[in-house]
Design a protein. Structure first.
Lengths: 121, 670
């Protein structure tokens, strides 16, 4: 899991997220256990690291099969210097981060949930 | 769902595009060195490049972009304190910043900029500093130094002997000293004079206009000197292939110290716009036009006669001025709710009513209708100073206000003076004033309607199939306008006749009468042109079935409503509907058209008008245009009647080759 720890512990949602989610939806709309676990993480605070070095903190609104993520009330964090930690922030609102652009992802959740999510790998 | 897509350059203004995360990082890496070069000659060359690029950025900003993406992409400007050791750059940056501030305040006061995107929001840019008040004196001292250097090197060239140099030269190469000094001086002087123009024009009550004119002339001189310096600067740079139309500096070199993306997050989170900085040649052209437009405004005579003010604005708008001169004009005309900051609008209205005795009359000033009308006139002046599209939209909407007030005036008149015939003298005066006010208000409403209709031609809003109805409506509106004008002047002369005029007022009267009669005659020309064109189009449609409107989506009636809905709702004029138009146009026949021969009537009026307009070149120019239109249309009409309007080999098109509003018929035989 890349990126600096932010206080809450991270769950491993890796770059090849798409191959972890084999979505098999039947008519009733139920899906695989992986998707169900991800559903539980909806609307939690999520921190996403983007390829150019910025971070976005927002509420996890939705994700699709390809791994594109939408965050609500997002705040952008960037560093004023290459070596320094991110300090400047800017409010953006509703944003879409394409799958190809994000490199790291952390969600606020308790330790128990972490344990249960570990078996996602 | 409208989510901003991250890493999409059109939506994400914060993409880390620059190799620097902050200005400090860029400075540390030497992006904006002070001095610009250790070699003094190179330092001068680079400083001139920075000045030129800032000049182009300033023009780009005026044209409609944010400060952060134009002028403030300059790191020297963002960290002004670093330049304190470099006198030339420091003084230039300071006065540029002070000028930008002044322009922002004028445009913000005028409040029409949201339509045109000269963003006045600075989003945290360092726009102000205590040192800026002294920017002029700093600049003057730098200018003085360089002037002395120029004089010294010219003296040396003449004397051809080495004089003891107690004065340090601008740069190292003595052969180029004179040219570099000149190039530097004209740029500094342009900034100084432009600053003076802006500050003088901001003075209230139009006090600084004459001084501003002098500085405008100096600015234009310095601009031409800047253009002249280009050849020398290009020869000194080592760029061989120089694309004149794209480079933002005179020399063609890229300037140091600019980074476009460092400020990108100082914009609002809305999608960023790509900004292409104007080329240096286009920037010069922009400033030349700007200065000419400002010069026209400075020549304003502060005439309190409303009719003349309206005419001035309409004439000024013909040159399509940009936002900055229009903002200056508007802030000059309307200050503190008074005309030029000096004349109360109630006095302006009473003068317009041709009732000189009530100027300054307190009861008149306090009258609720007069107060409302004053506000309407203020709005009208502000609207007329905006760009054509915005102007037309707002004029159309304001028609309702004018119409409402005239209805209220009419009702009040009936209520107060009703059917009574035996009135006291005082009440008689009141009634006359009220009647005059009503007539004047109606006249203004028709004036606004006529401007609304003619602006449609400038904005290309009418298709050829609609010209017939547009000219018909114009004919109706112009006729009503003349009617109201004549009523107004008639009742004012009646009033003065009853009171017994003194001798000295007769000359003023005759002057007013001639101007009035010439305005009337000009309007009569408009009426004849509109009527003639409308009838010609109707005949062509009736007899040859050309100029029909395609009826697949909209019927002609729907088109009529689309164009004239605002006028109809405001009942300007009353009792006019699509059916009136249909009736008159369906009866149009070629014999009637030849019988009335509107275009020949115009040619009869023009000679007398030419006499009265002898001293007014713009009026004479329009008269020539009208003459051309009338003549060409008369000839076209003759051809059409000879050949027969239903001849299939004949094709008639309408072009605006002579007058922007009145088309000329072009007949082609195949």
């Amino acid at each position: 899991m890349e990126g600096p720890p932010v206080g809450s512990q991270s769950i491993p949602v890796s770059e090849n997220a798409s191959c972890n989610f084999t979505v098999t939806m039947d008519d009733a709309g139920s899906s695989s256990p992986a998707v169900a676990k991800l559903r539980k993480l909806l609307f939690r605070r999520m921190l996403i690291g983007v390829n150019d070095g910025r971070y976005f903190l927002g509420l996890f609104h939705c994700i699709d099969k390809q791994g594109n993520i939408i965050l609500q009330d997002a705040v952008e964090y960037r560093s004023a210097r290459h070596s320094a930690p991110p300090t400047e922030q800017r409010c953006l609102g509703l944003i879409l981060i394409p799958a190809a652009c994000w490199s790291s992802c952390q969600v606020d959740c308790s330790i128990d949930e972490k344990m249960s999510l570990l078996c996602l790998e | 769902m409208s989510a901003l897509e991250i890493m999409d350059p059109k939506m994400d203004s914060g993409i880390e595009r620059s190799q620097y995360n902050s200005i400090e990082e860029a400075i540390e890496d030497g992006v904006a060195p002070i001095p610009l070069s250790m070699d003094r000659t190179l330092d001068v060359q680079c400083s001139i490049d920075v000045m030129d690029h800032l000049f182009s950025c300033e023009a780009t900003w005026h044209k409609g972009h944010t400060l952060a993406q134009t002028v403030f992409t300059c790191i020297y400007l963002m960290r002004m304190e670093r330049t304190s050791s470099h006198a030339v750059l420091n003084s230039f940056c300071r006065i540029l910043r002070a000028t930008c501030n002044a322009i922002i305040s004028v445009v913000s006061t005028a409040r029409t900029h949201e339509e045109e995107d000269l963003f006045t929001m600075s989003f945290g840019l360092p726009l102000r500093d205590e040192g800026d008040d002294k920017c002029l004196s700093i600049l003057n001292s730098v200018e003085e130094t360089i002037s002395r250097q120029l004089r010294a090197c010219k003296a040396q060239a003449f004397s051809k002997k080495k004089t003891p140099e107690d004065l340090e030269s601008l740069q190292n190469n003595p052969d180029m000293e004179e040219d570099y000094c000149r190039a530097m001086l004209c740029r500094l002087r342009f900034r100084k004079h432009f600053y003076h123009v802006v500050m003088s024009m901001r003075k209230p009550h139009g006090r600084g206009l004459e001084l501003a004119r002098k500085h405008v002339a100096s600015c234009l001189t310095e601009l031409s000197l800047m253009l002249k310096s280009r050849e020398f600067l290009k020869s000194q740079s080592n760029i061989t292939l120089q694309d004149d139309e794209n480079c933002t500096t005179a020399s063609g070199c890229q300037p140091v110290g600019f980074d476009v993306s460092l400020n990108s997050r100082l914009l609002s989170p809305t999608p960023p716009r790509a900004v292409k900085v104007l080329s240096w040649s286009n920037a010069i052209r922009y400033f030349e036009k700007l200065l000419h437009d400002l010069d026209v405004i400075c020549a304003l005579s502060l005439d309190p006669v409303l009719e003349n003010v309206l005419r001035f604005i309409v004439q000024f708008q013909k040159s399509v001025p940009d936002l900055v001169p229009r903002a200056f004009l508007q802030t000059l005309l309307v200050q503190d709710g008074k005309l030029y900051g000096q004349n109360l609008f109630s006095d302006v209205i009473s003068r317009a009513l041709s009732l000189p005795d009530i100027i300054g009359d307190k009861e008149f000033q306090m009258n609720e209708f007069v107060v409302q009308l004053g506000q309407l006139v203020i709005n009208l002046l502000k609207i007329l100073c905006t760009n054509a599209a915005w102007q037309r939209r707002k004029l159309g909407k304001s028609l309702q206000d004018w119409s409402t007030i005239s209805i209220q005036l009419e009702l009040a008149l009936k209520r107060e003076f009703g059917e009574t015939r035996n009135v006291l003298h005082h009440e008689n005066m009141c009634m006359r004033v009220s009647k005059q006010l009503l007539i004047w208000t109606q006249e203004q409403a028709y004036w606004v309607a006529s401007r609304f209709l003619t602006l449609g031609f400038e904005l290309d809003l009418y298709s050829p199939g609609e010209y017939c109805m547009v000219y018909w409506y114009m004919y109706v509106v112009f006729t009503k306008l003349i009617e109201k004008m004549q009523l107004r002047v008639l009742s004012s002369s009646e009033t003065s006749r009853r009171k017994g005029k003194k001798k000295k007022d007769h000359s003023k009267d005759s002057v007013r009468d001639t101007t009035f009669s010439s305005s009337c005659l000009l309007l009569q020309c408009y009426v004849l042109l509109s009527e003639g064109l409308s009838m010609m189009l109707a005949v062509l449609r009736n007899e040859s079935r050309s100029f029909q409107l395609p009826s697949i989506f909209n019927s002609e009636q729907e088109r009529f409503m689309q164009h004239f809905d605002l006028l109809q709702k405001a009942r300007v004029p009353e009792h006019i509907s699509y059916y009136s138009f249909k009736e008159s146009s369906s009866q149009a026949g070629i014999t009637d058209l030849m019988k009335y021969n509107f275009f020949r009537e115009i040619q009869k009026i023009i000679p007398s008008l030419r006499g009265s307009f002898a001293s007014q070149p713009e009026k004479l120019a329009e008269l020539r245009q009208i003459e051309q239109v009338a003549e060409h249309n008369r000839i076209a009409l003759n051809i059409i009647s000879q050949v027969g309007p239903d001849d299939p080999s004949m094709r008639v098109s309408f072009e605006f080759t002579h007058h922007p509003h009145f088309a000329v018929a072009v007949v082609k035989r195949s």
